[in-house]
Design a protein around this ligand. Structure first.
Ligand code: SAH
Length: 242
């Protein structure tokens, strides 16, 4: 069955947006993955079409109602897909999670707006909160797009060469090494000699060294995890991937 993302949102007109462009859009056209949206407002129980209510206990803003969200969720064929609610409080989304999701049947994304959603929906419908970073957006739509895009590009056949995926940032636990292309010299800056040497072993070693350096200086947290993951992880990474 095709990998399918279903997005529950108050703004379905925002989709597919960037997900419809370039290789991702083309691969959707080829049937490698699919996207559909559900307008949460269609499940409003009142003539104003409202889906939110003031927070119990007082305070600013509005909260999306659990009963209306439940009705929207129940309208979607689940097909063993996880329901992910985009939320700054959620578990940080990672490349590893994207890879895991890309191997599954797809996902259902719940986009919050206003102050977020009624807490009871999480348990009532087995909804998992996921964050795309430590900052606050105005709504879950852009976050859902980011998450879906990260998954879809890992679906076999969506991107041309699988080998370029293996060497990317995060895949081996490190950030990617620096990349260069034509021209050989740009504003007095040359491509490092080793990359033009044709010595594949040396090139792999240089890239590995640079990846470690960059990870250590920019993301000491990743570098720490990488080295403490021990010999299995390290051994795996010693093999230059093709
Ligand atoms: N009051 C909430 C923030 C609401 S922001 C709080 O303090 O936690 C409105 C909506 O934007 C959220 O419901 C969520 O769906 C989305 N959103 C905001 N920041 C996000 C992030 N970092 N990751 C994922 N979704 C986010």
């Amino acid at each position: 069955m095709m990998w399918q993302a279903t997005v529950l949102t108050l703004y379905p007109e925002l989709f597919p947006g960037p997900l419809g462009a370039s290789i991702l859009g083309r691969s959707a056209g080829e049937g490698l993955w699919g996207l559909d949206t559900v307008n949460i407002r269609d499940f409003s129980d009142n003539k104003y079409g409202s889906v939110d209510a003031p927070p119990a206990g007082g305070g600013a803003g509005l909260v999306m109602r659990a009963d209306i969200l439940a009705a929207a969720i129940d309208s979607v064929p689940r097909n063993d897909r996880p329901i992910l609610c985009l939320s700054p409080r959620g578990k940080p989304f990672t490349q590893a999670r994207a890879r895991e999701l890309s191997h599954g049947p797809g996902l259902i994304a719940l986009c919050g707006r206003f102050e977020g959603v009624d807490e009871r929906i999480f348990e009532a419908r087995d909804v998992e909160e996921v964050s795309i970073g430590d900052f606050v957006l105005a709504g879950g739509e852009i976050a859902a797009m980011a998450l879906i895009e990260a998954c879809v590009r890992l679906i076999p056949g969506v991107l041309g060469s699988a080998s370029s995926l293996g060497e990317e940032s995060f895949e081996g636990g490190l950030l990617e090494y620096p990349q260069y292309a034509r021209p050989r010299e740009f504003e007095g800056r040359a491509i490092p000699d080793v990359l033009l040497s044709g010595d594949h072993q040396k090139i792999a070693e240089w890239r590995r060294k640079k990846a470690e350096e960059i990870t250590r200086t920019r993301r000491p947290d990743l570098a720490e995890r990488f080295s403490s993951d021990g010999p299995i992880r390290r051994g795996k990474n010693k093999e230059p991937k093709r």
